[in-house]
Design a protein around this ligand. Sequence first.
Ligand code: WTA
Length: 649
Amino acid sequence: MSDARTYPPSEAMVKGAHVNAEQYAQMYEASIGDPEAFWAEQGKRVDWIKPFTQVKDVDFTLGKVKINWYADGQLNVSANCIDRHLDTRGEQTAIIWEPDNPEEDAQHVTYRELHAQTCKMANVLRDQGVGKGDRVIIYMPMIPEAAYAMLACARIGAIHSIVFAGFSPDALAARIKGSEAKVVITADEAPRGGRNTPLKTNADKALASCDAAVKCLVVRRTGADVPWDEARDVDYTALAKTTPDTCEPEVMGAEDPLFILYTSGSTGQPKGVVHTTGGYLVYAAMTHEITFDYHDGDIYWCTADVGWVTGHSYIVYGPLANGATTLMFEGVPTYPDASRFWQVCEKHKVNQFYTAPTAIRALMGQGNEFVTRCDLSSLKLLGTVGEPINPEAWTWYHEVVGQGRCPIVDTWWQTETGGHLMTPLPGAHDMKPGAAMKPFFGIRPVVLEPTSAEIIEDNPAEGVLCIADSWPGQMRTVWGDHERFEKTYFSDYPGYYFTGDGCKRDADGDYWITGRVDDVINVSGHRMGTAEVESALVAHKKVAEAAVVGYPHKVKGQGIYCYVTLMGGEEPSEDLRKELEAWVRNEIGPIAKPDLIQWAPGLPKTRSGKIMRRILRKIAENDYGALGDTSTLADPSVVDDLIENRMNR
Ligand code: WTA
C-alpha cells in the first residue's frame, strides 16, 4: 500500500488553502502538546453568552468515563448559526434548496429568512409545551423545514432526535419511546426519486403505539390529503403563517445535550448517541472550514440526508456556524437520470461537493457522458464519507468529476465522533486513493494489536484503531445508559476510545481504514447492526434462527447476507424468500432489505452454542477454501451444506 500512487496537493491549493503543510505540522504539534491552549483558542470560533474558563475535563477510565469541554461556558447554537450572521450577511443565501423534481423551483433561503422561519418553528414548539431539555423527534423529507426544525429545537433548548425518513413506523416508534419525546415533527409526504413516501401515515402508525400525549406537527410538503387526528395533529404550515417570527434564544450550558442520534452497534438495538452544545459546534465548524477549505462566498453541497450524522454536522451545524451557503437536496442521484448530481452542481455553481462512495460507484457504472455533458468548472474540491472508497472509484471521481483538478478529502469519522477525525487536508497533504491519510488537529490515533492490546509503534502497522485522547466533538454518553457507553467504547481497550474500525498505517505513516472489526456492516454508506436484521428475521413466525453477515457488493460496498433456519415443518420457497425480504423492509426500513437469503438447515456453532460468524462471513464472501479451524464446531457437517448451497458465487 505504501507504493500506492500519490497525488500531491496542487500549487493553487497550497497557496490559497486555510492550512498548508507547514501550518498543519505546527498546529498539529500544538494541538497534541497543549490541548488546553489549542482548544481554548479554537473555542473562539463560536460566540459565547458567558465565556468558558474551563476547557477540557476528560477521563477515559472505565467506570468513571466523563467527557466535558468548555463546561462553564454558555451559548446558543441557533444564535451561532443564524443571529450572529445577520448584521454582516443577512441577505446572503444560507440554504439553497433543490427539490426532487427538477421542474419545481429551487429556493434560496437568506440568513434573515432562516432567522424568521426558525423563530416561527421555535414559537410553535414552545406553544406545544416544549421547553429546555425536552425531546423532539424529527421525521422529515430533505426540505428547509428540516433545518428550521433542528435549529428551532436548539433555539429553545429542546433536544432533537432525527429519524431518517426511510425508516419504518416500527423503527420510528422505538425512537419516540426511547427518547420519551413530546412532539414528532413530520411532513405529509416525502418526494424522492419521483415517488412519495407517506411520512404522515407512517408517523400515525408509530404514534398509535406511543403515549397519547405525543403531539404531531405536520409540515405540508406535497399538500396530499392525509389522515388527521384533531386532538393530536397540528398543521404547522397553517399555524406558521400567523406565528411571530422572533424568538429569544435559550441560554444553554456548553454540556447541555444538543441532539440524540440513534446509530447501530454490534449488539442489541440502536443506541442514542448524545452530542452536546459547545464542543460539538466548535468541532463541526472547525472541521467544515478546514477540511473543505471553505471560503466566504463558496457554495457548498453535502448530499447526505439530515437523518444521518453527516447531515447534522456538514449540512446544517458546521456550515451555518461558518456563515456558509449550504445546499440541501431532496432527491436521489439517479432521478430523473444519472446526471442529476452534476446538473445540480452546474445549476448552482457548487464549489465543494461531498458525497458517499456508494453513489460514486453507482454513477460510475452509468458511463462518463452523464458527467461530461455538464459544466463542472465551478468545482474546487471533492469529498467522500461513510465507507472505504475503492481506488477505482476514487480515480474516476478524481479524473472524470474533478477533471484531475480537484483534491479529494476522504473523511473518516463516525456518528460518535461528531466530525472528521482523519482526512487529508487539501492544501497540506498528499492524497492516496482509498486512504484517510492524517489525523485532524487534536486527534491521537493509535493502532493496537487486537488481542494483546499493545500499541504498534512501527510502520507499517495493522490492527484495531483507537483514539488516545478526547476532542470537543466526541459523543458524551448513550442516552439513558451511560454504562452501555462505557462498555461499548472504553472496555475492550482500557484507556482508549475504541472506534470499532480496523486500520493500517503504511510505511509513510499514512492511515487507511480497513472497515469494521465488529458486527456492524456498512450498506450503501448506511450503518447497520447485523443483530438488528437478525432480530427482525426471528420475529417472523416461520423463522427459527437467523445469522446475518456482510459480503462484498459491487455498488453498495457491503450487501446483507442472511442465513435462515426455518421452524420445523416449514418449507423453503421463493415466495417465503420474498416474504422475508418484505418483512425485514417493513420492520426496519428499505435500507435493511436482505440481498441474499440462504436456507440453512443448521448454523455452525461451538459446543457452547456460540455461532461462528467467522465461518459464515467466509462462506458469504465465497472464500470457503480458507475456513480455518472448524474442529471446535459441535457439528462440522453443517458447514459442508452451507458451502454447497452458498448464494454468492
Ligand atoms: C465507516 C458516518 C472508511 C467506518 C460519518 C466508521 C469510513 C463508520 C469512512 C461510521 C471513510 C466512515 N473511510 N470508512 N472515509 N467514513 N466510515 O456512524 O467503518 O454512519 O466506523 O458515520 O463508517 O459510520 P457512521
